[in-house]
Design a binder for this molecule. Sequence first.
Ligand code: AGP
Length: 616
Amino acid sequence: MCGIVGYVGEKQALQVVVEGLRRLEYRGYDSAGVAVVSQGLLDTRKKAGKLANLESLLGTDPLPASTIGIGHTRWATHGGPTDLNAHPHVSADGKVAVIHNGIIENFAELRAELALTGVTLSSETDTEVVAHLLAAVLPDAGMDLAEAMRRVCLRLAGAFTLVAVHADIPDVVVGARRNSPLVVGRGDGENFLASDVAAFIAHTRHAVELGQDQVVELTRDLINVTDFFGNAAEVTEYEVTWDAAAASKGGYETFMAKEIDEQPKAVSDTLIGRVNDEGVLHLDEMRLSENQLREIDKVVVIACGTAYHAGMVAKYALEHWTRVPCEVELASEFRYRDPVVGPRTLVVAISQSGETMDTLMAMRYAREQGARVLAICNTQGSTIPRESDAVLYTRAGPEVAVASTKAFLTQIVACYLVALYVAQVRGNKFGDEIAAVVRELAEMPRKIDLVLDTTEEMKALAQQLKDAPSVLFIGRHVGYPVALEGALKLKELAYMHAEGFAAGELKHGPIALLEEGVPVIVIVPSPGGRSLLHEKIVSNIQEVRARGARTIVIAEEGDDSVVPYADHLIRIPACPTLLQPLVATVPLQVFAAAMAEAKGHDVDQPRNLAKSVTVE
Ligand code: AGP
């Protein structure tokens, strides 16, 4: 999604803004631009393509020195990724520059209205209408840019984060948000605006959350927040707990490689302080009372993509440990199917970014139906946890690569914790049973670490399979969502056709896909678990092999029953069936990243993708 940075202070604004945009590159974009105000003039530079294109333009056609500026990386929605459509967009009088994240759904109507006043747009974007509207209302607003922004926001429908500057108001940056992220960085004699804190934590870790339908006015010493009607608004300030180093590559080739390796620590951190030595769970931070947990008669998980796969794992664990029915829903489908939710439904919204619009809109719908919402999120102060009744933060640290890895494992761990806590509160499981699972969970960081030491074979396999037309993934029980996640990783990173199946479904159609040499990756459940499950998947391996498949088998140490049928055998540490996704997923992440590298793709910023999809 688009990246937004605003600055007013004592430093050279251009440097602060461009550095901030670089820290937001992971959000995915296809053009970039900046604007500064200097000696009563507004000046902009913008360019299609990566930030480097903008920087080379700035090298040949520099901007004047200035201590106030805004910058933008655009993920195209209305209008292609061209120089003209890149942000900032400027009013006809050349005095107002605006940058925008989101979609203005009534822009055609506003564009027609502007045409009646003789204003024609020079770009294909919805954003440009805002620049012209601000210029039009400013005189009536007493040349108060914040007041002009409030009046214009009341005219807009849809989701938007807007940031604007004006040539004649050289010490003020104004921002506004509705259904799209914007956070303030409070500095010393300087202030920042950004899509997320990564853009300014090199300068300050004092952050100010902005709420729904709010306008913020910044000078170097002032932060003033109101609602769209000018009423002073309550804001929440917080310290950003991670620093710029954590968000940098730390010596790795790619953020994804770093984040795969950070998984043991991420899982360990997510457990800290939430279970005690006796195996008793303490999740008071969730802000859900024991009575509220006893009242629920259904859990509905809503999420997208990888987070949805984490929710699928959660279903098996939650129903097994708590006996509470659990549905897992694609957030983008949920509110359109007239779902049955009510006051006794606990909706669990899983989101790494906390800004995914599909998930946000689904949880808002659920709350309107009277359900309580628990957010499982990795980004402090983001919109989804802020609008939930309760939150359990994962502690994966900043996940910069678009393809989610450590966030996925910590989402699963957070779901385990919630499920075990519900079981503990409702008494579905005896304390010693819960304590036994908690002890096994505490062992998982070490087991994930073991898997990380054995990834060379998956990297070699990626080289061998890089020209394969497709790769199939099969699994049973919690191995099924792992198969889906493995396929998603390969699609995202290698741009290959890949598909995950419940292994039992093969014979109902997909087995027709098999022919000589088709790679099939099989996630084999623990032999010590539900043995019938294990027997069935071994039969599935034989079925696919009998039809020429090249079998890549992921199986636990000591599971020798699969050896005769594995063209490639990838070992993972033995662990309880329900916890196996924490180790079985890792080879698939490594495989997909290696495949992307083998194909020469950008591992951290795959084409067409964004780290946080803040449009529906
Ligand atoms: C996963 O690798 C993708 N980046 C994508 O599927 C992602 O999981 C999905 O967009 C949900 O994002 P969220 O967790 O930030 O809500």
